[in-house]
Write a protein that binds this ligand. Structure first.
Ligand SMILES: *Cc1c(COP(=O)(O)O)cnc(C)c1O
Length: 343
């Protein structure tokens, strides 16, 4: 990634864009069109909303946490008529409740779903949710930012119309790129979408993609990183990558329980990429995070929104392996009593 910059409208970059796009599609398990945007994941979500919806469109936002709220909020800010179906933090979305919400308002055009809710460490049963939503023929847009590439998300098999991910999560590279795939139904929806857009106008991105270019200057260094990371993922084999994440998550959850800690997530839906732990039993999260960082060189994450101070989170996605998780558990064992933990 520290390579000299190259001309982003030259042949070398064109080949890199084609290579990264083709391999990213392999990870998405899709034959759909896939575009790469220079943006944070949230930009990918914004692109999903503004390219496929119009102001006044009825939209169902299924939220199990902060990122579900954010996706719905983007639609609301651009003028969609959003019904928010919210589930308790730490729980997964219930497909029957989604079905009820769709029955209650036949005018709903699109449904927004978070696959892996990073704020609570829950992975929705997306296969079951998609089955319900697609049986009503709604446009299904999925935030797969923190699941795609680490857990199995077969875009075509599950009929996900729009799926979004971002380079800094399981893809093992720094932030800077967002990926968005679009089904035929999504491409049709885009043709009639009236929400305002400029930077995230996918019609422009599509036109440029035909010339193997991007409409605006891309994050070239992150593309360099993606080329290497994709080869690593495909060499390890996607099934092996998923298995590694399943094992890492299990080690993490068992480690937390062995320390006497309580998990936030309903275990049936516990995420394979991030584990949320309750900061109870006297734990001062701020102190814990400081000790972990300063004494053990380990960064843990806190809770966001209403979960601030109430949980801490351990990431185990992408470039993560068993010895690191074991080290983290051993460090927590020493740090917890100093951070007020009594059991
Ligand atoms: C990280 C994340 C995002 C947002 O990504 P940014 O790159 O920070 O904008 C969105 N959704 C989920 C589920 C995430 O984990």
């Amino acid at each position: 990634m520290s390579r000299q910059m190259i001309n982003h409208r030259g042949e070398e970059f064109r080949n890199i864009l084609a290579d990264v796009t083709a391999k990213t599609k392999q990870v998405f398990q899709t034959k759909n069109e896939l575009l790469i945007l220079t943006s944070a994941g949230t930009g990918g979500l914004e692109a999903a909303v503004v390219n496929h919806l119009s102001p006044g469109d009825k939209v169902l936002g299924v939220s199990i946490g902060l990122f579900g709220d954010r996706f719905a909020n983007i639609a609301k800010i651009y003028g969609a008529d959003v019904t928010l179906l919210k589930f308790e933090m730490g729980k997964a979305a219930d497909p029957d409740m989604v079905k009820k919400a769709l029955d209650a308002d036949p005018k709903i055009r699109a449904v927004l779903v978070t696959h892996n809710e990073t704020s609570t460490g829950i992975t929705n049963d997306l296969a079951a949710l998609a089955k319900v939503i697609k049986s009503y023929d709604k446009l299904l847009m999925v935030d797969a930012v923190s699941s795609m590439s680490s857990v199995n998300v077969p875009v075509d098999a599950w009929k996900l119309d729009v799926a979004v991910s971002a380079s800094q999560k399981g893809w093992m590279v720094p932030p800077g790129l967002a990926f968005i795939s679009m089904s035929e139904a999504a491409v049709k929806a885009q043709a009639v979408s009236k929400m305002p857009k400029f930077y995230f106008d996918l019609a422009k991105a599509r036109k440029s993609a035909e010339l193997r270019e991007t409409p605006w200057t891309p994050a070239i260094s992150v593309f360099f990183g993606m080329q290497v990371a994709l080869d690593m993922l495909l060499k390890e084999g996607l099934q092996n990558v998923y298995a590694r994440h399943i094992a890492l998550a299990k080690t993490t959850r068992e480690g937390m329980k062995s320390l006497g800690l309580d998990l936030l997530a309903d275990e049936k839906y516990a995420s394979n990429t991030v584990t949320a732990v309750r900061a109870n039993h006297g734990i001062d999260y701020k102190k814990l995070s400081k000790i972990m960082r300063e004494e053990f060189d380990i960064t843990i994450a806190g809770g966001q929104g209403e979960l601030e101070g109430k949980i801490f989170r351990i990431g185990h996605m992408g470039w993560a392996f068993e010895p690191e998780i074991k080290e983290c558990i051993a460090a927590l064992k020493l740090a917890l009593p100093k951070a007020g933990y009594v059991k």
